[in-house]
Design a protein around this ligand. Structure first.
Ligand SMILES: Cc1ncc(COP(=O)(O)O)c(C=O)c1O
Length: 325
């Protein structure tokens, strides 16, 4: 849609996107082309777009001892370099605000969002916020972008939109973008996407019911309590010899398992330590689905205090088992 916007505005040279390393936006060819997951790229590479990849502001992955804020600042400098060199060919920058989920639960400082919005304005490119995973209260605010006090040009919504009960997604945009598609029929500037299930009535009902709950119940307030309980349930792992970091953004808590705590050396992926945790959790009646060496909780907001304690116990025991495997 961003590409088409620029086309309708007469800027035909804007064909590229900027993404973040470790980003994930889905698995259709277009979405894969905007992501940066090495296995997908290695497999489907010849079919994919080639975005300009900016460094991930996720603080854990850096070997240096930058704080999250310092990491945000240095990554913004690199983003500025990319935009300064390429802005006239770029349609948009696409990001997952605050947490890059599929890429390893990489969490970053909200200042990155603030700085990135300013850079996109400065270089006149769109900012696409993929809030598919982090939207609807997951990070503590209704939308993650709020924490950087920004508004993107496009916001992609799904998952939490229907409370996860029915498949539905939406892309929200600005009046400025809308107006570029609003023209006489024979100008052929109309928006060119549609789907069999666009506006599906049942899914819309589920979405409206979910929005009612956000409006009428103290979901975000309750989530603060749940988030604290989530951390309390696993806090003892801070000292674990094979836990490099516990990080949390609202209702996402991630535990980074490592081979060596001091050097942050990861377990080799071939050893599938996460799989050991997964199997143990299943035996205990809990569905934990680690992402490589990262064990994470991203529970539904109806989770109870007892269920959080169960999650914590199973994660602690599973990680101990994986550490001895
Ligand atoms: C940030 C983000 N964007 C997009 C998607 C893709 O959504 P779908 O699988 O519905 O295409 C996901 C899925 O996990 C996601 O986490």
């Amino acid at each position: 849609m961003s590409f088409h916007y620029w086309l309708n505005r007469g800027q035909t040279g804007r064909k590229r996107f900027v993404n973040l390393s470790g980003g994930y936006h889905g698995e259709t060819l277009g979405a894969l082309g905007l992501g940066d997951v090495s296995l997908f790229k290695a497999t489907y590479g010849p079919l994919l777009m080639e975005p300009l990849v900016a460094p991930s502001p996720g603080a854990w992955q850096t070997s240096t001892k930058e704080t999250a804020y310092e990491r945000a600042v240095s990554c913004l400098a690199e983003m500025e370099r990319i935009l300064a060199e390429n802005a006239t060919q770029v349609c948009a920058v696409i990001i997952e605000p605050l947490v890059q989920c599929a890429g390893g639960m990489r969490m970053y400082h909200p200042y990155y969002l603030t700085g990135l919005r300013a850079l996109c304005d400065q270089y006149q490119v769109h900012l696409i916020a993929d809030e598919v995973a982090v939207g609807f209260g997951r990070t503590g605010t209704l939308f993650a972008c709020e924490q950087g006090e920004i508004s993107p040009d496009f916001m992609c919504l799904s998952k939490g939109l229907t409370g996860g009960y029915l498949p539905m997604s939406a892309v929200v945009t600005t009046d400025e973008v809308y107006s570029a598609f609003y023209a006489d029929y024979n100008s052929m500037k109309g928006f060119l996407h549609s789907h069999s299930y666009t506006g599906n009535a049942l899914a819309c009902s589920a979405a409206l019911a979910t929005l009612d709950i956000f409006e009428n119940q103290a979901v975000l307030e309750n989530n603060k309590t749940l988030a604290m309980q989530m951390y309390a349930a696993v806090a003892e792992l801070e000292e674990h010899r094979h836990v490099g970091e516990i990080r949390q953004t609202g209702m996402i808590l991630a535990i980074e398992m490592v081979k060596d705590k001091a050097s942050r050396e990861p377990w080799p992926w071939e050893e599938r330590r996460g799989q050991v945790v997964y199997k143990y959790a299943l035996e205990e009646g809990v569905l934990l689905r680690p992402n490589g060496n990262v064990v994470y909780f991203m529970p539904p907001y109806i989770i109870t205090a007892d269920e959080i304690k169960l999650l914590g116990r199973v994660a602690i025991e599973g990680i101990e088992r994986a550490s001895r495997a």
